[in-house]
Design a protein around this ligand. Sequence first.
Ligand code: ADP
Ligand code: F6P
Length: 467
Amino acid sequence: MSAVERERRLVVVSNRVGPLDDEGKAGGLAVGLADALRRRGGLWFGWSGDTAENAAAAKEKTEIVGDTALVTIDMTEEELNGFYLGYANRTLWPLLHYRLDLAEFDRGSEAIYRGVNARFAERLMPLIDADDLVWVHDYHFFFFGAELRRLGFSGRLGYFLHIPFPPPEIVSALPAAHDLVSAMLAFDVLGFQTETDRANFAAFVTRELGGEAGEDGLLTLDDREVVARAFPIGIDAEGFERFALSPEAGEHEEMLRDIARDRVQIVGVDRMDYSKGLVERLRGFGRLLEEHPDTHGRVQFLQIAPLSRAELEAYAALRRELEELAGHINGRFATLDWTPVTIMTRPFTRRALAGIYRGARVCLVTPLRDGMNLVAKEFVAAQDPGDPGVLVLSRFAGARAELGEALIVNPHSADDLAKALRTAIAMEPDERRRRHAALRDAVFNNTAADWCETFLAVLEDDLKLPA
Ligand code: ADP
Ligand code: F6P
């Protein structure tokens, strides 16, 4: 046990909280944090997932799981609409995924977003003290650190952004961009998924706010000094490998192989989100069938896509488009005994998913933009090293920085996707094993535990506390 673990309690703040068990919800944040908290314990604070009539009626719920207390509060309907469905997912999510075309700018939802940051910080304040390491997560809580400081919190404050941080040219389209990035400087340590995200953030602070960049990620603005660095998130690789060897995984692996018969099974596993490149991916698969008739009846594609943020029109529209395109491809190419594409929106247990990854010959992870993408790492951890499958990975996924031995593609290009699929299908066992060994090293050498420890070591390091 490190000194960090002995001395200080970890307090995690994120919109979604838990679960801590194996059956984590679809979403990289919940999975990554559950792995970290299961190991280390502490307090995990955030939204209950429920709504209350009014903020005063919003009771605090506490659940103790092992060494972790999960403390959640409700949102009002207005907050749910303005904060979660509004500013967080209609404005910030598209903007930070480089989708200015989808970003909506609305003063009302911005005010509610700031209000939720303030109210949640007020509710957390009595539960923490200056010795705690407070670690706030993701784009829901950009103002949380500034709010805690306003309330007098003087302890160490860390922040980790799970999604991309685009260049200043994009971020500055947000009317509140200057306020938002200035508010982020209330944290002591800011973590990003990749070096690109970190550099984009530093560019905003220096070019737009007039700050200065120093050594080792130090950023200075007026009297504030913060450290901004890349801390790529990992998975519990050994744990996930164990899932892949469990009886439940075995059943799913076998089912998949049974359905595939001697066909090449291709899978994709993503929340139904426009950042994941699902339509473009399907077009790539369609291009393969169109241009290579020898693949007919020899490949099949299973896309697992649990519904996400389905109340938002952009997500509902994506679902319609995806299902229409799948229907079109099946209508055009299917035979009596072969359905090329299947889309499933139901959730799976993590063991079942691990078995599905292991039973697949190819995994398509082709987001148009992604902070990291844990599916890519899970697929690698689940493979049989003696007969591994092939990972096809977008150059725009954060995971690309660590997983260069995957087949790297431009997810916007149907030709590129079709070509990578052909290469993957034909890849000899020796090359599959060689690539997989390198990918496996990367996944097992930077786990969720490493991510957490590295971040917290920097956070705890005796940097200057704000006056
Ligand atoms: P994001 O955070 O944008 O959803 P990630 O790829 O980083 O993307 O994380 C997604 C996580 O959700 C992974 O851990 C994956 O296993 C999990 N997941 C995806 N689909 C399902 C599903 N159908 N059932 C259960 N978990 C899922
Ligand atoms: O990591 C990205 C992320 O947006 C998390 O912040 C979030 O919890 C997850 O994906 C799933 O999205 P949601 O919480 O909106 O269901």
